[in-house]
Design a protein around this ligand. Structure first.
Ligand code: PPE
Length: 319
């Protein structure tokens, strides 16, 4: 008989044992934030979630682009036909409150809405919708070495789900099987992360990141209708424009990435991560590119309140 895995599921990016969770409107110790094994979302992936970060600033912890993330959570619910019981303002308050009660100076924030356990069967409409917000420490997404030396990507044999098969603009639990397959395949083959193409071979995104290409002096954010509308992507476009860089969103094929001067990936978890190689072909010099590193630094300045021009992206937890 297989032994049950007694290791807590959250070991890798662990909430502190004393962590408090916002659960349907109340703050509870995480041991009490539990659900039934008959939870609809667990059987069918009928949940929507967000990934947000709070950063340490001179004025204490600040949540980065809170409004946009809270809005996208409710947009994801709307896309899958789920009625969110919470307004965008309530979600914002729940997030700020959870960061505050856990006393984090910086953390990753995971809000989730899901269908409960009243009934099984694919149709979730009789089930209640629940909400929670958890906060946890989370360092670099692809590892410190990937940030320093550049991450090694592999083109996945799994294609990004087309928009008429899955609503890819929704950050919905079920959609992430696509990302899980690609990420595991990349990991098992010794790579840091997967590059997903659409079924025509156009570059879509990473398993959890949007992609940028630098060629000469021009920055090309990879555009594709199946990609998540990344909030980090939007931030990086605005920062690059502010830096005086020409920005031209474009579609691309994988061979165009091979010959770029630099490629980097962006996302809430990944922040800005330089890419050293794709399918074992070095990108540029094969190290983290200077522009990518500069962009990473500028992004980290913006999120930590060092760029007054972008202060309205920050919600200070202590007012
Ligand atoms: N594409 C996908 C598929 C994706 O999951 C993310 C975020 C992005 C793009 C970037 O979006 P944004 O965070 O708004 O810039 N991925 C989240 C989940 C990572 C995880 O492993 O969980 C994240 O970065 O929080």
């Amino acid at each position: 008989m297989t032994q049950p895995n007694t290791e807590p599921a959250y070991t890798r990016n662990t909430p502190s044992a004393a962590g408090q969770i916002w659960f349907d409107g109340r703050i509870v110790p995480h041991e009490q934030a539990v659900v039934s094994v008959l939870t609809h979302a667990m059987h069918y992936g009928t949940s929507v979630f967000e990934g947000i970060r709070a950063y340490a600033t001179d004025r204490g912890a600040a949540v980065f682009r809170l409004r946009e993330h809270a809005q996208r959570l409710n947009d994801s619910a709307k896309i899958i036909g789920m009625r969110s019981p919470f307004t965008v303002e309530q979600i914002e308050q729940a997030i700020v409150e959870t960061v505050r009660v856990n006393g984090h100076t910086s953390c990753y924030i995971r809000p989730l809405l899901w269908y409960g356990s009243e009934s099984l069967g694919v149709d979730p409409r009789k089930n209640t919708v629940h909400g929670m917000v958890a906060t946890l420490p989370w360092g670099t997404y692809l590892g410190d070495e990937a940030v320093r030396k550049g991450a090694r990507l592999m083109t996945s044999s799994w294609r990004r789900s087309p928009g008429d098969v899955m609503p890819t603009k929704a950050k919905a639990g079920g959609n992430y099987i696509n990302s899980v397959l690609a990420r595991v395949e990349a990991g098992e083959n010794g790579f840091d992360e997967a590059l997903l193409l659409d079924k025509e071979g156009f570059v879509a995104e990473g398993s959890g990141e949007n992609i940028f290409v630098l060629r000469g002096d021009v920055l090309y954010p990879i555009a594709h209708s199946v990609n998540l509308r990344g909030i980090t992507r939007d931030s990086v476009i605005k920062l690059a424009t502010w830096m005086g860089v020409e920005v031209r969103p474009t579609m691309a094929t994988r061979d165009e990435l091979y010959t770029a001067d630099e490629v980097f990936m962006v996302g809430t978890a990944a922040e800005v991560t330089p890419i050293a190689s794709i399918d074992r072909r070095p990108i540029g010099s094969g190290a983290a590119g200077p522009f990518s590193l500069k962009m990473r630094e500028t992004y980290l300045d913006a999120v930590s309140g060092k760029l007054p021009d972008f202060d309205d992206w920050l919600t200070y937890v202590d007012g």
